[in-house]
Design a protein. Structure first.
Length: 119
């Protein structure tokens, strides 16, 4: 069984989504965590991976932290009349037999822009 705890349900583009992954049962070979985005539309579906990481469990460990950078260019989360963009944290537990999967949504907002002083 897998569970995901994301520290904040919203992050800015260019910042990190952080949290922990918990599992129980068999000791997995590896665990893959990815911050992914996808369009929500009846027409054209598009997906992308912001960042991903792999964790190889050691000993009796049943949790580990993750920290994934959301790209500065986004895309940001939005919901329009015809389409939208959502972000999810997806986890795959690679183990003997059948792999396990879990996911949890979070929001990405526009990042801060640096301001140049007149000069």
């Amino acid at each position: 069984m897998i569970s995901i705890k994301i520290d904040a349900d919203a992050v800015m583009a260019g910042e990190f989504v952080t949290g922990r992954v918990f599992w129980s049962g068999h000791r997995p070979r590896r665990i893959i965590v990815a911050a992914v985005w996808e369009t929500v539309s009846d027409a054209n579906k598009v997906r992308g991976v912001g960042r991903a990481m792999e964790h190889v469990p050691r000993g009796a460990e049943e949790t580990f932290p993750f920290r994934l950078l959301i790209p500065h260019e986004g895309p940001i989360t939005f919901k329009g009349e015809l389409t939208g963009v959502i972000w999810k944290l997806k986890v795959r537990v690679d183990q003997p037999g059948f792999d396990e999967f879990a996911e949890s949504e979070f929001r990405v907002s526009a990042g801060r822009r640096s301001r140049r002083s007149p000069g």
